[in-house]
Design a protein around this ligand. Structure first.
Ligand code: TRP
Length: 331
């Protein structure tokens, strides 16, 4: 049997090309080598999203994102976390093996405590217990499927360490029940620069969306920050924010030709932006249509997610049974 790779996509809205290059595309490639599981941790989002419609809609957006970008639901398994009741049972069992001190050290939790302290508030002010135990639920997401590999960004590395810590503690007591997963940290994650040259991120407002209408893709492309060199002046492509994005989408020959043009002079930034825009359209316009079609047909999405949940539970149920047997509740 193939080893399992599991990816969680937080339901946090329509993706941008930084998400695409950094995480979506590499995760989709996992299906070639592994039994790939893709899920949407919608109950995790409840730690912060308090609007019912918004939570449901963000979850659909995440599912539509995977599918529009080419996830084949006959190969990869795509599901909602909330459709797998076994996750929450395992989370309880694991919580009994996660020390409070371990969770106290979680960066995400500590950051909020620090904010509170800095603002002169009581340190745990407004921190719900779900937020505090977030890493335990995440451990359950992973351990429930006997996952071998979890591709994550650096920001999730600590969560994977907590997962391993809890699993090892559990195994120490009961024998080799849980598979110890490995984080596959995408260090090379090319930090994709946004239109202002800082890391592309919604919080910097410097993103190029992938599923927005063409004109909303064109707008940020036109606003990519450049210096004021004239077309005939030679330029360093590696200093150019347009080139930094372009090189991930164009083929090698085109990239080499552009590099030459930068260095020798003769390249106008305006024309380069237009080319980048065309390339993005060529890459994403079909995918955008598919995304919109899925978002217009959430019944179809529900169906795909239900089928996925069933397949996921087929993997999960025997593993949870092992856990139940191990701890001594009725198996
Ligand atoms: N915490 C992850 C994030 O913020 C989302 C997530 C939840 C996850 N459960 C997971 C990622 C399990 C990988 C595996 O992006």
């Amino acid at each position: 049997m193939k080893q399992i790779a599991l990816t969680g996509l937080k339901p946090s809205g329509s993706p941008h090309i930084g998400n695409y290059l950094g995480m979506l595309k590499p995760s989709l490639e996992l299906a070639e080598k592994f039994q790939a599981l893709y899920f949407i941790p919608d109950y995790h989002a409840l730690t912060t999203v308090r609007d019912r419609k918004q939570l449901a809609n963000l979850t659909y957006q995440a599912a539509a994102t995977w599918l529009a970008l080419g996830l084949n639901p006959d190969e990869g398994i795509i599901y909602r976390q909330s459709d797998i009741p076994e996750v929450f049972e395992l989370a309880w069992a694991l919580s009994c093996f996660a020390t409070k001190g371990l969770l106290n050290r979680s960066h995400a939790y500590k950051a909020i405590v620090d904010d509170n302290t800095a603002a002169g508030r009581e340190e745990d002010k407004n921190i719900n217990v779900g937020l505090f135990t977030y890493p335990v639920l995440m451990a359950a997401d992973i351990l429930l499927f006997g996952t071998h590999f979890v591709p994550v960004g650096l920001d999730q590395q600590q969560h994977l360490e907590i997962t391993r810590d809890v699993a090892l503690t559990f195994n120490k007591n009961y024998g080799n029940v849980l598979t110890i997963p490995e984080a596959v940290i995408r260090k090379e994650v090319m930090t994709i620069p946004g239109i202002d040259g800082r890391k592309m991120s919604k919080s910097y407002n410097n993103v190029i969306p992938i599923f927005a209408p063409s004109n909303e893709v064109l707008k940020p492309v036109k606003r990519i920050v450049t210096d004021s060199r004239r077309p005939e002046e030679p330029k360093d492509p590696d200093e150019c924010n347009i080139f930094a994005i372009y090189q991930h989408f164009a083929d090698a020959d085109a990239v080499a030709a552009k590099r030459k043009l930068y260095l020798e002079g003769g390249l106008a930034y305006g024309a380069m932006k237009e080319e980048l825009f065309k390339l993005l359209e060529a890459t994403f316009s079909d995918k955008r249509d598919r995304y919109n079609a899925l978002m217009d047909n959430t019944d179809e999405l529900d169906k795909i997610l239900e089928v996925g949940a069933k397949k996921a539970r087929d993997i999960a149920i025997p593993i949870l049974a092992k856990v139940r047997k191990a701890v001594g509740v009725r198996a």
